[in-house]
Design a protein around this ligand. Structure first.
Ligand code: GLU
Length: 337
């Protein structure tokens, strides 16, 4: 007799990161990035067999690196792989991507902006290697699998699941180096939670252009233009702004002093960049709050970065430039996404 399972089908894509890491001992919670080894998604599944109670899981290796090594070219390659999986398997409920936490929010936001597929896309990571005592890897993976397998997760954009919390890719930021509760959506909060009794949603992201149709059309081999982030501090001057432009930056993001003002000695160089046709997005180095379209920004032509962190504003500006969005259209991206 043929046994058919009614469990949803989920693909587990491995990119590496702490969840994939074996430290040098069970107390290695710190040195594993340089001195440990990485395991495949199949091996992760072998260590967390409980996820098979939630879904029928197929594993897909993609990269096996710390997320400090990932670049925009990897983001596009990952998007291509996800599209292939979604096209080939119309009954796929979800895709869980194991990712290092260092740049997890950047990959998640890129996919959120550029991908329109029907399976639920969930990024998951861990703060403690899977080999460590008290590792969060197993429960984070169980949570991500529950979210990916749940039909209520559809149509909510790309999701990030760690520490029992479900975050929107556009909102979430890594806030702590070692604590388990590192991922926060500081201004707007979690979308929901994943508890032992199931997945519970409490809000939706209400932005008109995520994903953005223009970004979904970007070719798989798109070369993302260079956009640099300039971190302001007391006494910062034009040095790094000039260096970024010398390196060929096509756009700049100022991680300014809160509420979103570059240091005095940076301002002339940023204004000169705008006059040369280089778009400058004004963000703040603070962990939360909006940079609004106040008079100084309107008069200088700096683009208000809204509530985006500098690293996410950089992705939005770079994709806008890659898509050929003109100078008049760039500020709109920060209003619509
Ligand atoms: N958690 C980090 C990451 O983003 C560091 C781990 C590593 O480099 O293996 O992957």
């Amino acid at each position: 007799m043929q046994v058919t399972s009614s469990k949803p089908r989920v693909v587990l894509i491995g990119t590496g990161g702490t969840m994939s890491s074996l430290g040098t001992s069970s107390l290695d919670l710190m040195d594993y990035p340089e001195y440990g080894t990485k395991i495949s998604p199949e091996e992760i599944l072998g260590r967390v067999p409980e996820v098979k109670q939630i879904a029928n899981v197929e594993t897909v290796p993609f990269r096996s690196v710390g997320s400090t090594a990932l670049t925009p070219a990897d983001w596009f390659a990952l998007r291509t792989r996800i599209r292939e999986l979604a096209d080939d398997q119309p009954d796929l409920a979800g895709i869980v991507i194991v990712h290092g936490t260092a740049t997890l929010e950047e990959t998640a936001f890129f996919l959120d902006l550029t991908l329109n597929v029907s399976p639920v896309i969930v990024l998951v990571g861990a703060q403690r290697p899977i080999s460590a005592v008290g590792s969060d890897a197993a429960m984070n993976l169980v949570g991500a699998m529950r979210v990916a397998a749940d039909p209520a997760s559809r149509g909510r954009g790309v999701l990030v699941v760690l520490n029992d919390e479900i975050h929107a890719a556009r909102d979430v930021v890594k806030t702590a180096t070692l604590r388990l509760q590192t991922f926060r959506s500081a201004d707007f909060g979690v979308l929901g939670v994943v508890d032992p009794d199931g997945v519970h949603y409490y809000r939706r992201v209400d932005r008109p252009q995520i994903p953005h149709s223009v970004f979904c059309e970007l070719a798989d081999d798109t070369a993302v233009p260079r956009v640099d982030v300039l971190y302001s501090y007391a006494g910062a001057d034009e040095t790094f702004i000039d260096a970024a432009l010398d390196k060929g930056a096509r756009g700049l993001v100022s991680a300014g002093l809160a509420p979103g003002i570059p240091a005095k000695a940076e301002q002339a160089a940023l204004l000169a960049a705008v006059r040369q046709g280089i778009p400058v997005v004004q963000c703040s180095r603070s962990a939360s709050g909006r940079v609004a379209a106040r008079r100084y920004l309107r008069e200088t032509g700096f683009i208000p970065g809204g509530d985006f962190s500098p690293q996410k504003a950089r992705i939005l500006l770079a994709l806008g430039l890659a898509a050929g969005v003109g100078h008049e259209g760039l500020p709109e991206l920060f209003i619509q996404c």
